[in-house]
Design a protein around this ligand. Structure first.
Ligand SMILES: [Cu+2]
Length: 144
């Protein structure tokens, strides 16, 4: 890397030092990258895999394994979730202010990405297509 006949050794030492600084900055940038939540939906279950989630940008990668279409809704759930009078689906009108993001119903085999900025709190990940929530398509999510 350094030709000792021309640049003095001190210059080499500075260059090596700079390389360490750049590497340290690069690893710090990697630490600040958004949290990723891997979600797999199927009839009628939601599987969620993630590490420790802290407030800030969270990227959801949602795959529908089908066979039915499924939607994906992220909703604040600090105080429970209200049902519609039918007792089968969540009352999305009542939840309007609590819904932080959603992916429209997607066919089996599709993967969609949803990028959200989340505050600390308890959330629920749900599919609220008719009967799907009651069928088991909900999972909790905690953001610290
Ligand atoms: Cu569904």
């Amino acid at each position: 890397m350094c030709d000792v006949r021309r640049p003095p050794l001190a210059v080499c030492a500075v260059l090596v030092g700079l390389a360490f600084v750049v590497a340290a900055l690069a690893s710090r940038a990697a630490d600040a990258s958004p949290s990723t939540v891997r979600v797999v939906e199927r009839d009628f279950h939601i599987t969620v895999v993630h590490g420790r989630l802290t407030a800030g940008t969270v990227v959801f990668r949602v795959t529908n394994r089908g066979p039915d279409e499924h939607e994906f809704i992220v909703v604040r759930a600090d105080h429970g979730l209200p049902m519609r009078p039918d007792g089968i689906t969540l009352d999305e009108e009542a939840l309007e202010k609590s819904i932080v993001g959603a992916i429209e119903p997607a066919p089996a085999g599709e993967t969609n990405v949803l990028r959200l900025s989340l505050k600390p709190g308890r959330y629920a990940l749900v599919c609220n297509m008719f009967g799907h929530y009651m069928g088991g398509m909900h999972a909790p999510l905690l953001v610290r």
